[in-house]
Design a protein around this ligand. Structure first.
Ligand SMILES: Nc1nc2c(ncn2[C@@H]2O[C@H](COP(=O)(O)OP(=O)(O)OP(=O)(O)O)[C@@H](O)[C@H]2O)c(=O)[nH]1
Ligand SMILES: [Mg+2]
Length: 438
């Protein structure tokens, strides 16, 4: 049984690890927060931190990331605590992993491997399992050499390849085939997902995003009757769930809950979770949920913004939601954050505080840029007629022999959709009448 399977199958048997922190000197003040976060991640992965070794080098050492003295210290800590693994707070190159392995006898796990392991542990649906397997294989493909290098020592001659190298080729081919297979399967799922998203194209799509454990799923449950899983566990949600948000008499609004983010989310995961993240990319509005009881909430906000930028969702209108305000936290800090992020809302999903304000803010965003427009379309075109009747507030209605002429209110989204239809002629009557219906 591999170590990962061992971690997975036997929850009672927890592993002891030595944690190595490598923050550069200018980030030293985050050390305690980062140790706590890593300890939380390791706890989720079924590991206990036996000891922490830190080194704050301005630039990592190319061959081993940390210096020789620190490696010796880590090796001693492993012996002293009979540790099962050494976990780094950062990513290691394959050669750094190999070099460190010469001095440290237990497995060495880097940050990406740890996050991938937790995702694998929590993947419940078929789609999430495929996406995690793909990310893990992409990660391992570049590290394959390490597994088989011991066989290379049995090389027969300079022109002959050792058994390790042949084995490596076989493994690489198997992995490449499996990766292709997984990508095909995920592409099929993505197509199905696109069709589902397309069927909601007339709806105003709101998506909960945020750092893992911020309370996105709890808010989803508090705002709708979706009944999604909310747990004090990192990456409890790895899929998307969408539910109707019944807060506006005219518009259909849907709310989606999705996978949480973390600092330095492995790029393999971002790529393989594309189908899941498509819900975020296609949203009209993001609710960026922040755990306001976390001292490092600003850092969390930046980490989430970074992921949003990476996936191309950085420019979607966003409402900041400072959640868990029932917990002890500094009111002055929260005030400063609310000032910085205009239109933000403070909530408690547990105590159901601030939910009306949040709904009001969503309605405001829905009506952002509302315009009063005159729309002319062929009287014979039933689909445009039906679209307008379903989605818009009609203020005036007239007819000629060939045309229907209606004066309607349309928000930016509806306006955009009408504008691309070449059967429709639009004349703006009043520009940007925000709050027209209030
Ligand atoms: N005190 C308090 N706890 C909350 C609140 N909202 C959520 N929690 C708790 O925070 C933990 C994480 O909540 P989730 O809703 O699962 O968080 P999430 O953002 O969906 O997390 P992931 O899916 O893992 O990314 C759970 O233990 C919740 O009970 C809140 O308003 N107040
Ligand atoms: Mg969740």
């Amino acid at each position: 049984m591999t170590k990962n399977e061992q971690m997975h199958s036997n929850k009672q048997e927890r592993l002891k690890v030595i944690l190595v922190m490598t923050l550069p000197p200018d980030q030293r003040s985050f050390l305690q927060d980062r140790i706590e976060e890593l300890t939380g991640l390791l706890d989720t992965a079924g590991c206990d931190v036996a000891a922490v070794a830190s080194q704050h080098l301005p630039k990592p050492i190319t061959a081993t990331h940390i210096g020789k003295g620190k490696i010796e210290e880590v090796a001693q800590l492993v012996e002293q605590h009979c540790a099962d693994e050494v976990v780094f707070d950062c990513d290691l190159t394959p050669s750094q992993g190999r070099n460190l392995g010469k001095y440290i006898e237990v497995p060495i796990i880097d940050y990406s491997a740890l996050i991938l392991h937790i995702f694998a542990q929590n993947a419940r649906t078929h789609q999430a399992q495929l996406a995690v397997e793909l990310a893990q294989l992409e990660y391992h493909r570049s590290r394959l050499k390490r597994l088989w290098s011991h066989l290379d020592r049995i090389k027969a001659g300079t022109n002959m390849r050792g058994p390790g190298e042949k084995q490596l080729e076989v493994d690489r081919r198997l992995i490449t085939n499996r990766i292709r297979d997984l990508k095909d399967k995920l592409e099929q799922i993505e197509k199905r997902k696109e069709r589902a998203i397309d069927s909601r194209k007339d709806c105003f799509k709101v998506c909960l995003v945020g750092y893992t454990n911020a309370g996105k799923s709890s808010l989803m449950n508090a705002l709708t009757n979706a009944d999604v899983l909310a747990q004090d566990r990192l990456f409890a949600t790895l899929d998307t769930r969408t539910s109707k948000l019944d807060i506006d008499r005219k518009h259909d609004i849907v709310l989606s809950d999705t996978v949480g983010f973390i600092r330095n989310l492995p790029h393999q995961l971002i790529a393989s979770f594309h189908a899941t993240l498509s819900e975020v990319i296609g949203a009209d509005l993001l609710l960026h949920v922040v755990d306001a009881s976390q001292p490092s909430m600003e850092e969390h906000i930046h980490a989430v913004q970074e992921v949003l930028d990476t996936i191309g969702a950085g420019k979607i209108p966003t409402v900041m939601v400072f959640n868990k305000i029932d917990r002890e936290h500094s009111k002055t800090i929260l005030m400063a954050f609310k000032r910085k992020y205009k239109g933000s809302v403070a909530t408690s999903a547990h105590e159901k505080l601030g939910l009306d304000k949040l709904n009001e803010q969503i309605r405001k965003e829905l009506n952002r840029g509302i315009k009063l427009i005159e729309v002319r379309f062929p009287i014979s075109d039933g689909s445009i007629n039906a679209f307008i009747r379903k989605n818009c507030t009609i203020l005036e209605e007239n007819y000629t022999d060939k045309e229907s002429i209606v004066v309607i209110e349309a928000n930016e989204k509806l306006y955009g959709e009408l504008k691309i239809n070449d059967q429709v002629k639009i004349k703006e009557k009043v520009v940007d009448k925000i709050g027209l219906r209030n």
